[in-house]
Design a protein around this ligand. Structure first.
Ligand code: B12
Ligand code: SF4
Length: 468
């Protein structure tokens, strides 16, 4: 007797099928509507990014948008308090996204679903980087973006003929990206815990190639963009959906500014739409005052910039020589003159770091009145050149500790204890009431103030011992 899966396989590979059948046609012919549970796992980190108001998981929403046309979808986000049911009998497929920080949790959900004989699909940065490891906890790993392999994956799910890994030979144009349907995320009773800022994507990739970053590994040095009209249509759609003009968008792009012409056109158009926005941006373009001017006019209220270090040797060692320290203050001045706040990323723990690095960062931040400084310890994420280089010195391979607050190796000029002690002390100092007032006095009363109060609460509870 044939199993259901064999029968479906035979039907799907009908000899008359010259071109591969589309998932929609196959689903209609098989008269099947399988049920998917999509899961955004939580991590055990105490960091603010995984608590309080979190951003809607655009990656899973993208998967849901594709899958929703032929499958029934339930999206669960553990970060907002949704719970993965113990009994998964209501689902055929359990699909989980994972970064390194929540990989342990993602794997435990995968194991549970496998034990209940579900098809388990793992995707996201961590399973992509360590697919051999991820394969132990799922039926299939999706390497990189879902869009180029979607038809194959969907048909295999329908037929019950899963492969160990789905990996596209090449990157495809961003035109294949559908408008994300946020209803899948908003149906949760806990959806009020999502930040009000709407996640959006205009470009993908980054040509800089920092050695600690996974983006160059997954996407090479390619830089792709969506047609401007698609991005603007998406913005108009949200204005209509929310019934207001000044919707705030948060770009999930790695680095939004690499095509100057595209970038400035986008800014001009956003200015006309009357939206507000924030994005990750490279500082290279911002030392020219005119870019900051257009950005200010276009509704930008915050730019996230990787300053990383105030030591040029460190910048060079991580391949980020494009950051010119002599431009740092000019960039800050240009943005501030145009009413744009700065989320400034700084990293510590490089071999050349000393206790002086922390004082230098403190002085720079206070002198330049940076609104929203964010600090991390340099973390060799699996799959990056930096991970390979540091492997013999890495102290932990427990993914729960990859929250950029645990020290992963001892730098040459500082003991690990001193590194963490200074790292925590710096954050407490920067987010003391007086320091907040110094940095924020006279600035618009908006969510950046709120972020400072949250950081004050968060940093005052930090204890070095927790991160050793
Ligand atoms: C925007 C962003 C953020 C935002 C929003 C995060 C959020 N809630 O989504 C903010 C600023 C909050 C943030 C914070 C942090 N981030 Co971040 N972030 C990004 C960035 C630039 C884009 C992510 C994104 O949404 N892209 C758009 C979506 C549509 O694309 P995607 O995620 O690649 O998803 C596609 C595929 O991966 C696949 N896919 C993904 N999941 C699944 C699941 C299934 C089942 C399937 C089939 C497919 C699939 O299909 C999707 C559609 O094509 C990435 C870099 C990158 N390019 O990935 C870093 C990145 C994810 N962040 C990173 C880090 C380190 C952090 C922080 C720790 C930084 C810090 N010190 O504060 C925190 C931790 C946050 C957390 N709790 O995880 C690292 C993670 C490294 C790792 N190995 O885990 C990355 C990869 C950057 C890097 N330097 O390497 N981040
Ligand atoms: S500039 Fe940012 S996105 Fe680009 S490679 Fe460096 S860390 Fe990654």
């Amino acid at each position: 007797m044939l199993t259901e899966a064999q029968t479906l396989t035979d039907i799907a590979r009908h000899p008359d099928d010259v071109v591969p059948e589309s998932p929609a046609r196959l689903a209609a012919r098989l008269k099947t509507r399988k049920r998917w549970l999509l899961v955004q796992p939580k991590s055990v980190t105490t960091m603010t990014v995984d608590s309080g108001r979190v951003s809607m998981p655009l990656n899973l929403v993208m998967v849901a948008t594709l899958a929703g046309s032929i499958f029934d979808i339930t999206l669960i986000d553990e970060r907002i308090g949704d719970q993965v049911p113990e009994d998964l009998s209501g689902f055929d497929v359990v699909a989980i996204t994972s970064r390194t920080l929540n990989a342990t949790r993602a794997y435990s959900i995968g194991d549970k679903a496998l034990a209940q004989k579900k098809i388990v699909v793992l995707g996201g940065v961590h399973p992509t980087m360590l697919h051999d490891e991820a394969e132990q906890h799922c039926t299939s790993v999706v390497y990189g973006e879902v869009e180029p392999i979607w038809d194959e994956l969907a048909c295999d799910v329908l037929r019950g003929t899963m492969k160990k890994i789905y990996r596209s030979k090449e990157l495809i144009s961003m035109a294949s990206m559908q408008r994300p349907d946020f209803r899948y995320a908003l149906q949760s009773k806990n959806a009020k815990r999502y930040a009000a800022r709407v996640p959006i994507l205009a470009t993908k990739g980054c040509p800089v190639g920092c050695s600690f970053c996974t983006t160059p590994v997954i996407y090479g040095k390619s830089y792709r963009h969506r047609e401007l009209d698609l991005v603007l249509d998406e913005m108009r759609y949200h204005q209509e959906r929310l019934g207001k003009k000044n919707v705030t968008f948060s770009f999930m792009d790695d680095n939004i500014s690499f095509r100057p012409q595209y970038f400035t056109e986008l800014l001009d158009e956003m200015g006309r739409l009357g939206v507000r926005w924030n994005a990750n941006i490279s500082m290279n373009f911002l030392h020219k005052p005119e870019v900051a001017e257009i950005a200010g006019r276009s509704g930008c209220d915050l730019m996230s910039i990787g300053f990383e270090s105030l030591n040029p040797d460190i910048l060079k060692s991580m391949n980020k020589g494009a950051n010119r320290i002599q431009n740092y203050s000019t960039v800050v001045g240009n943005l501030h003159r145009n009413g744009i706040a700065i989320q400034a990323y700084f990293m510590f723990g490089f071999d050349d770091d000393t206790e002086k690095s922390f004082q230098a960062a403190y002085d720079f931040i206070m002198e330049n009145r940076i609104e929203f400084p964010v600090f991390s310890l340099v973390t060799p994420f699996p799959g990056t050149p930096f991970f390979e280089e540091m492997k013999p010195r890495i102290r932990h391979f427990d993914w729960d500790k990859y929250d950029t607050f645990h020290f992963m190796y001892e730098p040459k000029k500082l003991s690990g204890e001193k590194l963490v002690e200074n790292f925590i002390k710096l954050q407490k100092e920067i987010y003391k009431g007086g320091a907040i007032m110094h940095r924020m006095r006279g600035k618009p009363l908006n969510w950046v103030w709120l972020a400072n109060f949250m950081m004050h609460r968060f940093t005052s509870k930090l204890r070095s011992e927790s991160f050793l």
